[in-house]
Structure formats: structure tokens, C-alpha cells
Design a protein around this ligand. Structure first.
Ligand code: GLA
Length: 383
């Protein structure tokens, strides 16, 4: 049986399958960049209320390789979107394409940085290893582009928080998803040492070490991919807004801890915030059983009170909870399909991996912190 793993090891160890693809497409590349994906360990659907969340960047992510065009009259930015098997010479007119089209989003990121495709004389190839939903492939795509452009001295310079606000607007206006700030921040401020405690209201980020001695986070795909631009995400936000208004709370803030809430969406956001704080304590204490119990409770709350799970995610997480060596299981990110996050004993993982594959969930890997976006060395993987 062949078990999925996102790429063979290579010297950098970052999204190796995507590195192989972009360097094969552009063997003469003069620069290359990596941006991680992220897994949110606790605190889903509270970032847009100014909540405190606990994401971790990943060694899986998006890779971009670039070659300068010899002459400006060869036209502007030419993009080879390898995962879509599409190649395009972009133009400002791409902003008129339908919401969610990758060319529209890419040109919108350029515009937000003060650029047009006509003024970026490069050929680039992009590929990622985050497909399937829940690991923030779209923020990873936007950040690999934005940070590579800065590396080339192009586009306005932004710190992580202002860039996150810009990308949030791009996502809302050009993908139709009214998301929060967590994803671009989790990626741009990612560390190789562990997770981040991000306070989306105060604008602060604090590194949080993973204090477990034997337990690791694993990601298992539920078999159903998801798209957020079909309106599901915005619908849950609208339901939340209605509940906040009905109970007399402000539209973009969490109901305070300790104040009694009546409706299911508010129960979720209030209890999820409390689980983030408890989760930070469990991480600091290295208490895998406690963190796992919080994950189980978080999944229940996301599924029952917030309504963002699917039967496949429920089946996968229930299966996981019954297996030896699993401390907890939850959906991660927006929900509606995609990857589930497990906390497992490292030495139980090979057997667990086989069991999940036999039960119809073959795509799985151990989540390793991936740091922040950065240039990749050219020598190791091509040439
Ligand atoms: C998506 C959004 C984030 C966040 C999560 C749920 O990933 O982009 O802003 O709301 O869903 O926690």
C-alpha cells in the first residue's frame, strides 16, 4: 500500500513536491521563494471577532520560481500555475474575471501592492502542496507572491499586520470570502519552533513552544475537498452577525467571557476562545491529554453549535478518537471538508496511518512548523 506523503525529503525539506515541479518548469530560474501553509491548532471562527487564535505554520506550502525576462518588450508577468495546468500572460483586465479566478486574485494582490502585471517583467512558476482545504492555500499563494516581489525590490513594503489587512481585503473583494486576519499572519509570522498566539484585536503575536514530549500533531484529509467561495463561509458569518445583534452584542467583537449567551453560534465563539487559553496552558505544561480533550470539545462545538462540519469530518474524527495513541481530533480552519487535525503519540503514528488509509483516509502527514516565507537556495534542487 502506498501512503500519501506530500513530498520526498530534500535539502530544504520544504514543500519538496512543489519545489520539484517549479524547477522542472523553469530550470533556469534565478530566484525562488517558499511560503508555508498553516494549521490552526485551536480557535476557529473567532479571528474575525478580534479573538486570540493558535495557528502554526507548516513545512508544506507554496513554491514560486522566477526568471527575469530579457527584454521588456516580451511583455509583463507571465505565470505558469502548475497545479491548475494553466499558463497566462497576465494583464490588468484580469481583474474583470469572475470572483475566485486565480488570475483575478493574483492581479488583485499586485494592485494592492501598487503594481500591475505589465510592470513586472518576469516569468514565474507556482505550485503548492496544500490542496484539499483547511491549510490556507490561498493565503500561502498570496504571500509567496508578495514576499518574492519584495525580494525583487518590487511593490510597496509592508509589515505583516498591514499586509494581512491588505490580503484580507483582496480575499473579500476578489474571492468573495469575508475572512479574518489569521491566515496571512500565521504564515508571515510563522516560526520553526512551534505555534503562535495571535491576538487579532491587539495586533500581537507570541511564540508558543509545543511542550509535548512524545505527542505530535498530524493532519489527515477527510476525502472531501472544499471551496469557501461558494458562500458557505459568508453564510456562517451572517448567521453569527444575526445572533450577536439578537443578543445585543457588538457586531465585530466576541461576547465577553462570563456573560451568559443564549444562541448556538455565540456558545461556540465564547467557548472556543476559552479553549484557546486553556490550550496554551496545556501546551506549556506538555499535557497532551488535556490538549486532546480540548480538541475533541472544539470539534463538537464547531460541528453542533457552529454548523461547519461534514459527515466525513465527523466520521474521521470519531474514528480517530477510538484508536490507541490518539489524544484528540478536530476539524481545523474554516471546516466544510478538508483536513482534520489530530494529536497523536509519535510511535503510534505508523500504525494509525495504516488504519486511516484502510478506512478510506489515505492522505496524512505529521505537521512540522515551517517558519516564515523565505527565499529558497537555487543550487540544491535544480541546475
Ligand atoms: C478561514 C479564514 C480565517 C478563519 C478560519 C476559521 O481559514 O480565512 O480567517 O476565519 O477560516 O478559523
Amino acid at each position: 500500500m502506498t501512503l500519501y506523503s506530500p513530498g520526498a525529503p530534500n535539502p530544504e525539506g520544504l514543500a519538496s513536491a512543489a519545489q520539484a515541479r517549479v524547477f522542472e518548469a523553469l530550470p533556469e530560474a534565478q530566484s525562488a521563494f517558499f511560503a508555508p501553509g498553516r494549521v490552526n491548532l485551536m480557535g476557529d471562527h473567532i479571528d474575525y471577532l478580534g479573538g486570540v487564535v493558535l495557528p502554526m505554520s507548516l513545512t508544506e506550502g507554496t513554491v514560486l520560481a522566477a526568471e527575469a525576462k530579457a527584454r521588456r518588450d516580451e511583455g509583463g508577468l507571465e505565470v505558469w500555475a502548475l497545479d491548475a495546468s494553466e499558463k497566462a500572460l497576465l494583464s490588468s483586465k484580469d481583474l474583470e474575471r469572475p470572483l475566485g479566478d486565480w488570475r483575478r486574485r493574483l492581479v488583485a494582490v499586485l494592485a494592492a501592492l501598487g503594481l500591475t502585471p505589465e510592470t513586472v517583467p518576469f516569468r514565474i512558476a507556482i505550485s503548492g502542496t496544500l490542496a484539499g482545504g483547511g491549510l490556507s492555500s490561498s493565503a500561502s499563494f498570496a504571500l509567496v507572491l508578495a514576499r518574492w516581489l519584495r525580494g525583487e525590490g518590487l511593490g510597496e513594503a509592508h509589515d505583516s499586520w498591514s499586509l494581512a489587512r491588505i490580503l484580507q481585503t483582496v480575499e473579500r473583494d476578489h474571492a468573495g470570502v469575508a475572512c479574518g486576519l489569521m491566515d496571512p499572519l500565521a504564515i508571515d509570522l510563522g516560526t520553526v519552533d512551534g505555534a503562535l498566539r495571535l491576538d487579532c484585536e491587539q495586533g500581537t503575536a507570541t511564540p508558543v513552544a509545543l511542550g509535548f514530549s512524545e505527542a505530535v500533531f498530524a493532519l489527515v484529509h477527510c476525502g472531501v475537498g472544499r471551496r469557501l467561495d461558494d458562500g458557505a463561509y459568508n453564510r456562517v458569518r451572517a448567521r453569527l452577525a444575526a445572533a450577536l445583534a439578537e443578543e445585543g452584542f457588538s457586531a465585530d467583537r466576541l461576547p465577553p467571557q462570563g456573560v451568559r449567551v443564549r444562541t448556538a453560534p455565540l456558545r461556540h465563539v465564547q467557548s472556543e476562545q476559552a479553549r484557546v487559553w486553556a490550550g496554551c496552558e496545556a501546551l506549556a505544561a506538555g499535557d497532551a491529554a488535556a490538549f486532546g480533550a480540548l480538541m475533541d470539545a472544539s470539534h463538537g462545538s464547531l460541528a453542533e453549535d457552529y454548523g461547519v462540519s461534514l459527515p466525513e469530518l465527523d466520521r474521521l474524527t470519531a474514528l480517530a478518537r477510538g484508536l490507541p495513541g490518539v489524544h484528540g481530533a478536530r476539524l481545523t480552519g474554516a471546516g466544510f471538508g478538508g483536513w482534520a487535525q489530530l494529536l497523536v503519540e509519535l510511535d503510534a503514528w505508523p500504525e494509525l496511518h495504516r488504519t486511516f488509509a484502510a478506512e478510506g483516509f489515505p492522505k496524512a502527514f505529521i505537521a512540522t512548523p515551517g517558519g516564515a516565507p523565505r527565499a529558497l537556495p537555487l543550487g540544491s534542487s535544480h541546475g
